[in-house]
Design a protein around this ligand. Structure first.
Ligand SMILES: [Zn+2]
Ligand SMILES: [Zn+2]
Length: 266
């Protein structure tokens, strides 16, 4: 099975110069999984085809990771009304309790009208069986509100996406992502930023995770929109050489990736 992953967004917290906020579309030939749904990503989807057999997983309820759910919700409503979408889009969002941060965002999504979604909540113990050869597991990580790293296992490929996370509890993360074919890691900062943020990673920290977890390929993402992506690549490559950067429209062929360690099809 020739699975692919398309980058739809790579910057945060706002779009800039054709760069969207986070979103990664995995396809295994039967089903599609969209990891995060940040502002601008719907512009790179093929409509309405990409809404068919689509499962959306939101890592956490910061707006840079879910705001385009509103665009896709209304798009699904319109295409359903036109008879061009006959199965609801499955949308998984983290469960948030009234006492927790993000509850207003949670309610806003849960109460969304004019959509053709099946909205389901998940937690760290959830396992989503997308089809008989594809499942998604989760790991809660350190962030300013509940964030869940996602692991897709499909036809022998393993893709781990950090969502947003700090460089703590990495032992758990290392076992969660161990020997993954592809680690998609946030790398919000550069060394020169000189920022100590317990809720986000530097490029070198992302590279350290990749090294410790012995993954095949590291793809950096969640860049600060005012920074040059090349600087992130340089910093990360000093620790983990098989690193690439997320660029909008980049298509990764999972087979090439595992055969050639880092092969990019387009
Ligand atoms: Zn966040
Ligand atoms: Zn973010």
């Amino acid at each position: 099975m020739n699975s692919k992953l398309k980058v739809l967004g790579s910057v945060s917290p706002y779009c800039k110069n054709g760069n969207n906020c986070p979103g990664y579309l995995f396809e295994n030939g039967f089903n599609k999984i969209l990891l995060d749904c940040g502002p601008g990503i719907s512009s790179l989807l093929n409509m309405p085809e990409d809404l068919n057999n689509l499962t959306i997983v939101i890592s956490h309820l910061h707006k840079d990771h879910y705001a385009d759910l509103f665009s896709l919700g209304y798009a699904s409503f319109c295409y359903h009304r036109l008879g061009m979408l006959n199965e609801k889009v499955k949308v998984y969002i983290p469960e948030v309790l009234p006492s927790e941060d993000g509850y207003e965002d949670y309610l806003m999504i849960k109460n969304l009208k004019e959509q053709y979604f099946d909205i389901v909540t998940y937690n760290e113990h959830s396992k989503i069986n997308v089809d008989e050869n594809t499942c998604i597991n989760f790991l809660k990580t350190q962030h300013s509100l509940a964030n869940f790293s996602a692991k897709i296992v499909s036809f022998g490929d393993t893709i781990v996406y950090t969502g947003d996370m700090g460089f703590s509890d990495i032992d758990k993360f290392i076992s969660f992502s161990f020997c993954a074919s592809l680690l998609i890691s946030e790398s919000t900062y550069l060394e020169k930023d000189n920022v100590h943020d317990p809720y986000h990673l530097h490029a070198k920290e992302a590279a350290r995770l990749a090294l410790l977890a012995n993954v095949d390929t590291l793809m950096l993402t969640h860049f600060w929109p005012e920074h040059n992506k090349f600087e992130y690549l340089e910093e990360a490559c000093s620790i983990f050489s098989n690193t690439i950067v997320a660029n909008e429209g980049l298509m990764l062929d999972m087979k090439l990736l595992s055969n050639s360690k880092g092969g990019v099809s387009k």
